[in-house]
Design a binder for this molecule. Structure first.
Ligand code: SF4
Length: 494
């Protein structure tokens, strides 16, 4: 049986897949930078390592980037006042590619022949290393280790004449996942990769055009949701004296979209709507599927807060077992606080999650969580339930086993650290010390999204971290040239 060191530092949020970035942009508002700061604050769950905002006042670009949260960096009047102009875009990040240093914090900015160019990117460019090597060989000088900078150099060195054509030329050379907001003197461009792996939506606010990774950020600034940016679509906004001129182009060959299914499992906030589906509603449906697929005789359904709550409500409603808050989460614990000395390190879990002892004693409980990554959180939560006197502890997971790494802009541990890649169901049950363990099936997950089941030939989503079926934008023409590179990458991350 595998064991974990009870004295190792424990970070409950560290045992999750982490979405790498959130992006937000506004064109056509006198308060553009302030709105971007608010929008980024609503997207903070998508990246907590660093944040940045760039504005454009019609003549000059202004940028402020900082390590840490949006609050604390962008809640100062002097910083927002210095970000002048009616156009602004920003970014919150963890790091997928590139180190956690200020030079990698976005928006990245460069002076090109055509003028300033600021880019905010959610996703990961999987052929960035190869492109970078080639660009460096041809004389490009990189300022960061971020994959996003590759786009800037591809635009700078493109042989096309107009900036838009240069940008499209760059996008046609990159592989992977990208939702982008680009600012140039000619306007703002927002786009999604041809598979639409990462989300991006458009809203309106008093005539201004707003782009955001999630609809919750539109809600927070008071913008109305207009629609999702379509996979492979470029939306170009120009700030003119007559208002915002918006046009849309689709320069790529059409492909079957593969949006990331993990947005519905965990990444997005439950009050967001992604690709016209309510995250909260889908999570409840996953819980109901789980109750049908993996019933258990129990007294209470208990969510692992906060991300397990909607699925637990769905499980409780479908099973008829009462839903109760058997674990209380403290909202006053930051990651950095969980660093006590050796003797009390193992208490870290209780700083964030504590058992509601009076409720649990003597009860058979079904714990509902959204996913298992390394399994360390599940082990400690089950242990906590037993110490609180639970008679039986059954664990139900509202996603299939996570067996593969992601290289589309999500921070996943290498495959050897994923519990489901190392152990079968029995091995995982032993490791976590629960009385029973079950995951929703991949077909059950698709059912919750309104599909009859997963289509094996053309699945409607990227679900590679569950299935190992990595989507690619390679066409037949370039497949032979790039397929080795793609296979190498898949091998490296797995
Ligand atoms: Fe999302 Fe998983 Fe695909 Fe990554 S591999 S994009 S986390 S579904």
């Amino acid at each position: 049986m595998l064991t974990t060191n009870p004295f190792e530092p424990f970070d409950p949020d560290g045992d999750k897949l982490r979405e790498e970035c959130g992006i937000f942009g506004v064109s056509g508002s006198d308060s553009a930078a302030a709105l971007v700061a608010l929008g980024l604050h609503a997207l903070q769950h998508r990246g907590q390592e660093a944040a940045g905002i760039t504005s454009f006042d019609g003549r000059s670009f202004h940028t402020h980037r900082a390590m840490g949260h949006v609050a604390g960096n962008f809640d100062r009047d002097d910083i927002i006042r210095a970000l002048t102009g009616s156009v602004a875009a920003g970014h919150v990040r963890y790091s997928t590619t590139g180190e956690a240093v200020l030079r990698n914090v976005q928006p990245l900015y460069a002076e090109l022949q055509s003028g300033g160019f600021a880019i905010s990117h959610n996703g990961n460019i999987s052929n960035a290393q190869r492109l970078r090597k080639e660009l460096v060989r041809r004389g490009s000088i990189f300022q960061s280790t971020s994959d996003t900078e590759t786009i800037i150099h591809l635009v700078a060195t493109s042989s096309y004449r107009t900036l838009l054509d240069r940008f499209i030329d760059a996008l046609k050379q990159i592989e992977g996942a990208y939702s982008l907001i680009v600012m140039t003197p000619e306007g703002m461009i927002a786009c999604r990769d041809p598979l639409g792996i990462r989300p991006l939506v458009i809203g309106r606010l008093n005539g201004a055009v707003v782009f955001a990774s999630e609809t919750v950020a539109l809600d927070v600034v008071g913008a109305t949701f207009e629609r999702s940016v379509l996979p492979g679509e470029l939306v170009i906004v120009q700030d003119t004296p007559n208002g915002q001129e918006v046009r849309s182009i689709k320069p790529f060959a059409p492909m079957s979209p593969r949006p990331c299914i993990f947005e519905w499992v965990y990444f997005s906030r439950p009050d967001s709507i992604v690709d016209d589906r309510s995250i909260y509603d889908v999570r409840k449906r996953i819980g109901a599927e789980l109750a049908r697929e993996a019933p258990v005789d129990a007294d209470l359904v208990i969510p692992v807060p906060d991300s397990g709550v909607p699925a637990a409500i769905g499980y409780a409603q479908a099973s008829g077992i009462p839903f109760e808050l058997g674990i209380i989460r403290s909202h006053y614990v930051g990651r950095t606080f969980i660093q006590p000395g050796d003797g009390v390190r193992h208490l870290g879990v209780k700083l964030k999650h504590n058992a509601n002892r009076a409720l649990i004693k003597g009860k058979r409980v079904v714990l509902i969580d959204d996913s298992i990554v390394r399994g360390t959180t599940s082990l400690k939560i089950v242990q906590m339930m037993r110490e609180a006197g639970a008679a039986e502890v059954h664990l139900r997971i509202a996603s299939p086993p996570t067996r593969h790494s992601c290289f589309y802009g999500v921070d996943t541990p290498e495959r050897t650290k994923l519990l489901a890649a190392k152990l079968d169901l029995g091995g995982m049950t032993d490791f976590i010390h629960c009385d029973s363990l079950a995951f929703v099936s991949i077909d059950g997950l698709y059912k919750a999204l309104g599909e009859p089941k997963r289509a094996d030939i053309r699945p409607k989503h990227c679900d590679a971290c569950f299935t190992g079926d990595y989507p690619t934008t390679l066409t037949d023409q370039d497949e032979s040239a790039d397929v080795d590179q793609f296979a190498l990458l898949a091998e490296r991350v797995n």
